[in-house]
Design a protein around this ligand. Structure first.
Ligand SMILES: C[S@@+](CC[C@H](N)C(=O)[O-])C[C@H]1O[C@@H](n2cnc3c(N)ncnc32)[C@H](O)[C@@H]1O
Length: 188
């Protein structure tokens, strides 16, 4: 897909932090550009469950408007401290070294970015009350599937199936690359 090779300076800083931490589990640039574009439509408070080394946070920040805040929580303290370094002088981003459940009483959020590696925490029931009406949930890291119901490793992907059919959200799976897709769900 067509995109300039350069990434925003804040994302470059996050890559550098990740390189030093030896951490490679972060969203792809295609997803990051989507996050930035969505963040640019948001007001209020956005949140991310699982900061990693701050790459997704940095993409969100690169698109965010001046009057918004991004809260992100990372369980691994070393990673959280590394990510905090990226945003030291940035009042719009708070990186918490904590379980993401800490963010549950800080919503409702205008955008919530999740990694579905923990399907229970990423379920519709688990997050519906954390998002404001009109708010967007972005779930990263799916493999595109043209079948219905969607399959992952030969099994029905019930997490994806539920997000795409739950009446509390209007949702779509978006391919960001031939081998990668994300779910975007807007709360009705
Ligand atoms: C795939 S990485 C996140 C990548 C990041 N969102 C990005 O786009 O750059 C998932 C992260 O979630 C963190 N994590 C897992 N369980 C968690 C929990 N209960 N609370 C907070 N962070 C958690 C892991 O330590 C890991 O760093």
């Amino acid at each position: 897909m067509s995109a300039p090779p350069e990434v925003p300076a804040v994302v470059e800083r996050a890559f550098e932090v990740g390189r030093r931490a030896g951490y490679v589990s972060f969203c792809r640039n295609e997803t990051g550009r989507l996050l930035a574009a969505l963040a640019a439509t948001r007001s209020g408070t956005m949140a991310e469950f699982g900061t990693g080394c701050g790459v997704g946070t940095a993409w969100l920040r690169s698109g965010s408007r001046p009057d918004t805040v991004i809260l992100t929580a990372e369980l691994d303290e070393k990673l959280a401290v590394a990510a905090q370094e990226i945003f030291t002088d940035d009042p719009q981003v708070e990186v918490l070294a904590a379980d993401w459940s800490t963010l549950r009483n800080k919503g409702p959020f205008s955008l919530l970015f999740l990694d579905p590696s923990s399907p229970e925490d990423a379920s519709v029931d688990s997050v519906v009350d954390l998002v404001e009406s009109g708010g967007i949930v972005v779930l990263d890291d799916f493999t595109p599937c043209e079948q219905w119901p969607p399959l992952t490793l030969g099994r029905v992907d019930t997490l994806r199936e539920t997000w795409l059919t739950d009446e509390r959200f209007t949702a779509v799976e978006v391919m960001v690359a031939p081998d990668a897709s994300v779910l975007i769900a807007t709360k009705n």
